[in-house]
Design a protein around this ligand. Structure first.
Ligand code: GDP
Length: 494
């Protein structure tokens, strides 16, 4: 079934195989039950165990949510010594703090990672609404909220949380302050966990079983992250069994959790559906191309300054032709009329990029020349924002809309290192073709390679084993975690 919003057929599985709870008001979040009108049915079913875990999580979130007595009781831990409080059944929390300047892709990855960590440790996930999450996403849990209240007592300290903060777990371990407090059975009321890309070796102890058992008693864990840190959770013996039960199919972790958590707000959904209906719905096939040349970040795709765009453009065209995604064109006008009439198939190409250069080149190429296959190829680009911006809700809404639109495509070509692309491929259940860049670490003659899975890459996993003094091959411990195609030191599930 691949219907469009105007089809009269009733959607068959708006709960996505039991992934979503039926208890929501439909109009408050049209994307939640409406995604099925735009997506192919996923061939990947969530496991019954995952479904029951999600329902349990939802009732825990209701029971311990921010307007409950349990929440207020746990808040008191922040002010009083823990042994003053009777706490047999206290609720415990993970509070996610985003990295201020990080993009929507990075934020979605840390969101999904922190949620899975919360589920694994029986904690509630609350997110700091300092930025515009509510403008982007609907509430994912029924009859409650995941927003951290603005009057949360530690909120005015959030800015100062870094690796050197006295409450930073890594720092506490370095200075042995946590173990001391464990000895008199009074764990600290909260710890800060730094899981940002440039975290240090002490912060990375988060991924050690022994440290998890210390954190277990701490009521408030505040995580700052911009990473997809789930692959490293799969490498921890502590979580291994549970994760295998939750995800018998390893490459579907982000696919399921992303579809469970990431529901665009009604405003973003409007951007998505109008664009889709107007430009994409009628084609026989849809190809997405996510072009991230990093030229606006000081880390351009190509280190040479000469022809920075044409180099990547050639890769895109070569990849499209090699993988039969898009045809070459006939530049000799003599033959064009003959060939153009042969094939009536229509293909839409959705290009996303900060620049409009690639889109214009592609559009002009297919407008001015016939495709060798005779197919009709139309090229679209929803926006070209020119540069990456922070704290700009309108900019972020366009970003999420484009990520989501890409996830609705049939085939997907993406750029290395792009978390924007990872989110699109995961939501869409698409194994992407990743463009190669021989000038950087992806040393390959082939213009692109087909990813081993649709999972995002964890760019900065810990490279030392827990307790080990020498580097270990993080990709070698379990058979379903391997090194990423696009970052030689990153790891991913497959
Ligand atoms: P990454 O840098 O590719 O890993 O992706 P992120 O989403 O984390 O950060 C890049 C940010 O730049 C995005 O969130 C957008 O705000 C902006 N950006 C990058 N590429 C595009 C694009 O193709 N379209 C739009 N609308 N924004 C983009």
């Amino acid at each position: 079934f691949y219907g469009h919003a105007h089809t009269s057929e009733k959607p068959k599985d708006k709960l996505l195989g039991g992934l979503l709870s039926p208890g929501f008001n439909e109009a408050s979040c049209l994307s939640r039950y409406g995604s099925i009108l735009y997506r192919k049915l996923s061939p990947h079913k969530p496991s019954p165990y995952l479904i029951s875990k999600l329902r349990n999580y939802e009732s825990l979130h209701k029971q311990c949510g921010t307007n409950t007595e349990s929440y207020n009781a746990t808040l008191n831990h922040l002010h009083r010594p823990r042994h003053d409080i009777s706490d047999n059944d206290t609720c415990k929390y993970v509070v996610l703090l985003f990295v201020g300047h990080s993009g929507v892709g990075n934020r979605m990855l840390s969101l999904v990672s922190s949620f899975l960590f919360a589920v694994l440790t029986n904690r509630l996930l609350l997110i700091d609404q300092g930025d515009d999450v509510a403008a982007l996403l609907c509430e994912p849990f029924p009859d409650t909220t995941w927003a951290l209240p603005l009057d949360f007592p530690l909120r005015n300290q959030f800015e100062s949380f870094d690796s050197n903060h006295p409450h930073c777990y890594g720092n506490m371990m370095k200075n042995k302050t946590v173990e001391l407090s464990m000895d008199d059975s009074s764990p600290p009321p909260f710890v800060f966990l730094n899981l940002v890309h440039d975290y240090n070796e002490h912060d990375k102890r988060f991924f050690c079983d022994r440290d998890q058992s210390i954190m277990k008693e701490v009521p408030w864990l505040l995580i700052r992250s911009n990473q997809y840190f789930i692959p490293s959770l799969f490498l921890m013996p502590l979580f291994e069994k549970e994760l295998s039960k939750l995800f018998p199919e390893k490459e579907t972790v982000f696919h399921h959790l992303g579809r469970y958590l990431v529901h665009p707000s009604n405003q973003v959904w409007g951007l998505i559906t109008r664009y889709y209906e107007t430009y994409l719905a009628e084609s026989d096939e849809r190809i997405g191309i996510q072009i991230r040349d990093f030229s606006s970040t000081g880390l351009p795709f190509q280190s040479s300054k000469e022809l920075p765009f044409t180099y990547m453009m050639d890769r895109i065209l070569d990849c499209s032709a090699q993988e039969n995604l898009l045809p070459r064109v006939i530049t000799n006008a003599q033959n064009s009329v003959l060939n153009a009439t042969r094939n009536k198939k229509t293909k839409s190409v959705l290009v996303t990029s900060l620049s409009s250069w690639y889109f214009e080149k592609l559009r002009n190429m297919y407008r001015d020349n016939p495709a060798i296959t005779g197919e009709s190829i139309t090229v679209f680009q929803p926006s070209h924002e020119e540069s990456q911006q922070s704290n700009n809700a309108q900019h972020d809404m366009k970003t999420l809309a484009e990520i989501y639109l890409l996830s609705l495509m049939d085939e997907f070509i993406t750029s290395p290192w792009s978390t924007f692309g990872y989110v699109a491929q995961g939501l869409g259940g698409l194994r992407p073709w990743i463009l190669s860049n021989p000038l950087r670490e992806m040393d390959s003659d082939s213009p692109c390679r087909w990813a081993t899975s649709m999972e995002p890459c964890f760019h900065y996993p810990p490279s030392y084993g827990c307790g080990a003094k020498t580097g270990i091959d993080t990709g070698a411990r379990v058979q379903y975690v391997r090194l990423c195609e696009d970052i030689s030191w990153g790891i991913k599930l497959f």
